[in-house]
Design a protein around this ligand. Sequence first.
Ligand code: NDP
Ligand code: MG
Length: 385
Amino acid sequence: TEPRTLSVLGATGSVGASTLDLVRRQSGAWRIVALTAHSNAIELARLAHEFSAEIAVVADEARLPELREALAGTGVEAAGGPAALVEAAARGADVTVAAIVGCAGLAPTMAAIEQGGVIALANKEALVSAGEVMTAAVARHGATLLPVDSEHNAIFQCLQGNDAQHVHWITLTASGGPFRDWSWEQLTAATPAQAIKHPNWDMGAKISVDSATMFNKGLELIEAHHLFPVGLDRLRIIVHPQSIVHSMVEYRDGSTLAQLGPSDMRVPIASALAWPQRMDTPCEPLDLAAIGELTFRSTDEERFPATRLAREAAQEGGGIPAVLNAANEVAVAAFLDGQISFTRIAAQVEHVLNAYVPPPPGCLSDVLAVDSEARARARQLMETA
Ligand code: NDP
Ligand code: MG
């Protein structure tokens, strides 16, 4: 059979690396179109050469000379800047893995959607910000949006062959992050190094902080609301420290379907790459006897207000989730930079949400305008605080 074509947006990141690890093991099954990064030109060039990509793109145009030099004589095209990133995504591929972090991934992901292929979506911030603007584009262009986020991939699998009308609850599991059992006093003093050390998953810095604040689960609640045809009132969150049950769907007849697996992103990525078939991965099957216990408890929105803020934002809809996402991105960057304390992240997001109510966005450029205005307000707030 002909190889399928694949582009990886955010190839140098954690999800990008897991994706390419699977592709490497299936050589011959894939032909790589575009690989992209933000600034890591050297690693990008190495990957683009290894996988004989058509084109490699750095979003940071200042890194283009470095990328060009590293790719000289390899036959791989080199390009730089945000417009080149969108053009590369618009070359179209049978499958595009959207694995850029943050709203920065929105425009290239939309460009890939417009080509109508399969979009394996890790970049939850793009869907949270664009909401119906993205889901409408998916429908209009006949694209297929497959969730890579482990919870959503689990739910997607549990919904197959079932009627969404019979869903009673969709329950997202949350590890609770590294500060699950910390007191408020401890949380106020939490450092970036402590926040990015996740107990179960090895991930990029931004999502690790989101996991510690529970904004990750908040973003995932909004993500689930757009991906699955059930109301917000049917979506709930439960803390499950072992991260073995990746999420569940509870049907009205009393059956609960869950997807279980190791805490390894190659499992949901493989599910999306192979869908509707399956493929082999090097991941060890679960040894449940060794794991021994799976435990569950409710979330604590006093210590972790993020899920409440996200639920409220999803209820309001329109441009509000984009404001929440942008304010969170600015706050996380400031926390990682040592400018604000851990507990200020949620406080600052709430402040921006209260101060800025944008009109509902109708297209991509409206979403990007809301995103940039919310960022400006968040930065301004930090300067005056
Ligand atoms: P990483 O930080 O590890 O990687 C991010 C990737 O995006 C890198 O390739 C980076 O390039 C690129 N990038 C960063 N900023 C920009 C920008 N402004 N413009 C263009 N490209 C950019 O992130 P993760 O792989 O951890 O996460 C990626 C996405 O997947 C996130 O949305 C995250 O929430 C989601 N996700 C991740 C999971 C995980 O296990 N890691 C699990 C579930 C979802 P460079 O290397 O040059 O900086
Ligand atoms: Mg997740």
